[in-house]
Design a protein around this ligand. Sequence first.
Ligand SMILES: *[C@@H]1O[C@H](CO)[C@@H](O)[C@H](O)[C@H]1NC(C)=O
Ligand SMILES: *[C@@H]1O[C@H](CO)[C@@H](O)[C@H](O)[C@H]1NC(C)=O
Ligand SMILES: *[C@@H]1O[C@H](CO)[C@@H](O)[C@H](O)[C@H]1NC(C)=O
Length: 202
Amino acid sequence: MVSFIFPVGIALLASHAAAIPFSFDLHSLHPHSSLISRQEQMPPACTEYCSVLSGCVCIRRPTNCVANYTVQSGDNCGTIVDKYNNFTATELYKWNPEIGQQCFGLQAYVPVCIMVSGYKYPGPVKGGDIKTPEQTPIPTQPGIVSNCTKFEYTDKQGIPTLATILSTNKITKQQWNRWNFPSQDSNGDYFAWAQFWSCIAA
Ligand SMILES: *[C@@H]1O[C@H](CO)[C@@H](O)[C@H](O)[C@H]1NC(C)=O
Ligand SMILES: *[C@@H]1O[C@H](CO)[C@@H](O)[C@H](O)[C@H]1NC(C)=O
Ligand SMILES: *[C@@H]1O[C@H](CO)[C@@H](O)[C@H](O)[C@H]1NC(C)=O
């Protein structure tokens, strides 16, 4: 499959809610944060958010957040970014750290920050864009090795395909498999997930 969508579903709510830690360590989320110009002002701790539909969850939002969007059932980072087209998934993660680097922590009926004062949209991420870990590529495919040094984005249409990623970066399928699916057969046939960053060097 080219496109793996992990929608936010009601059935997942309980497990998501249980998985949300009640405090966050900013440094563990942004190990290279000094290299990134940061406009978001994050409070030191999360605050409880309660609603009938979402239950109570602890969320951390920038104190200079000026616009929210309430996540709907079926949303993922791709659908939210496409809906507004005025921020990237990297910002969505920086402004809403509990969503995680794969965005699997998005929770239905919980507001996410979609704008902080002073933010300037750099334009959409394009298939074939390359980022280092310091540039916080979001969302990354789950399971990528921790020593990945370069990531490449595959767009909604599945472009570039894995074959193109391999040839343009002069890497083998086995290398790509070992970096992206380290627990799977390195000779297996996998795909670069649409609207995710995969690892192209480690
Ligand atoms: C966004 O939602 C959070 C959580 O409910 C709230 O604290 C904040 O005031 C909201 N911000 C705006 C701009 O509505
Ligand atoms: C994106 O657009 C929405 C809706 O117009 C707006 O509320 C929000 O502030 C915008 N965010 C950015 C980052 O410009
Ligand atoms: C990166 O990590 C993987 C898996 O943990 C390991 O097998 C590999 O040797 C590491 N590569 C380098 C260059 O350190």
